[in-house]
Design a protein. Structure first.
Length: 359
């Protein structure tokens, strides 16, 4: 039996309880978690913005050590450090064939599986495939990637979502070039990764926008050259900081209609707006036909940073080893499993960067 954070039903509080995991079967790996990041997507699963079968063990951003492997698993062995990949690509669908592995049609095929059982026998699903809010988990072999050499196992958890998403938003989706101006909306875990990645790309100025004045120090440490408190004049202020034109690139990490609209308005004619934040169906964003023609901007969604973890993890590791990317600075709180509900409350209140569950 191991302890885990369970979502009993959509909209219900998380319950910390003991669960029983099966031994890994063919093509499966059992992992003892070292750490798991508390991501806004976990909150979106708990409140129903994103739907998965319940009851479920949440948590999708994690790293740990392989305990045992099932038949046919050869790329990792007991004792290896691994990063969990919550959206593994199948390699056979149309998107994978086009090289768009982040849009794999079968990436979440495992969420309907029975992952574990409670002490009372209730069947549990893996929230986003990997069920990282637990002391141990059993996952499909394609959900684990070896931790690159020289990367601390605890901090490596952030590579599983926030860093891949933030880095990919800058380098793959928006394709930020040196000396381009970038505006980043939302200084949470992903926003901090976006800021660091914009700095790595040589962008400037880099403007961070958040509702909380307390985020300024975090934002500037990550690479922001300017910090703005979100308001009705944000777009005008960003134009003032970019020679009157607007930012070359805006990255929205919040997932709210009003923020997406402001990010769009903050972008120059011909600029690019990338939306990373996950919003609900009720968040309707409107544009008129004339402004679409006149401004010639590009508005694009961004799933998992448009990243291929197998390709991008070695690149991120090199940035980390060279000191260009600092994982530790993104962590604003280290908590236990019991601290996850409070971390959810902090996210709703716009507080902090990334809370990290350390086992």
């Amino acid at each position: 039996m191991v302890r885990a954070a369970i979502l009993p039903a959509v909209g219900s509080p998380l319950e910390i309880a003991e669960i029983e995991l099966p031994e890994p079967g063919p093509g499966q790996v059992r992992v003892r978690l070292a750490a798991a990041g508390v991501c806004h997507s976990d909150l979106s699963l708990s409140n129903g913005t994103m739907r998965v079968p319940v009851p479920a063990v949440l948590g999708h951003e994690g790293a740990g050590t392989v305990v045992s492997v099932g038949e046919g698993v050869g790329h990792v062995a007991p004792g290896d450090g691994v990063v969990l990949n919550w959206a593994p690509s199948c390699g056979t669908c149309r998107h994978c064939g086009l090289g768009e592995v982040w849009l794999c049609a079968n990436a979440l095929a495992g969420v309907g599986n029975i992952h574990a059982r409670t002490a009372e026998g209730t069947e549990l699903h893996p929230g986003l495939n990997v069920a990282a809010f637990a002391e141990e988990t059993v996952v499909a072999a394609n959900c684990v990637l070896p931790v690159p050499d020289g990367i601390p196992l605890t901090e490596a958890a952030l590579l599983g979502c926030a860093v891949l998403t933030g880095y990919g938003a800058v380098h793959h989706s928006a394709q930020v070039r040196p000396a381009e101006s970038v505006a980043v909306f939302g200084v949470g875990g992903v926003g901090l990764a976006v800021l660091q990645s914009a700095r790595i790309a040589g962008a400037g100025p880099v403007v961070a926008v958040d509702v909380s004045p307390a985020k300024e120090e975090l934002a500037r440490a990550a690479g922001a050259t300017e910090f703005l408190i979100a308001s009705d004049t944000t777009a005008k202020e960003i134009r003032g900081l970019t020679g009157g034109y607007g930012a070359d690139v805006a990255v929205e990490c919040v997932g709210r209609a009003a923020t997406i609209r402001t990010a769009w308005e903050s972008t120059r004619r011909g600029g690019r707006t990338t939306v990373v934040g996950i919003g609900g169906k009720d968040q309707q964003v409107t544009f008129n036909a004339l402004e679409i023609f006149h401004f010639g901007r590009t508005l694009s969604g961004c799933v998992y940073g448009n990243s291929d973890p197998a390709r991008d993890l070695p690149i991120l590791a090199e940035h980390i080893r060279a000191g260009r990317l600092d994982l530790n600075s993104m962590v604003t709180e280290r908590i236990s499993l019991d601290g996850i509900p409070a971390a959810f409350d902090n996210m709703l209140a716009g507080k902090g960067g990334r809370a990290l569950v350390v086992f």
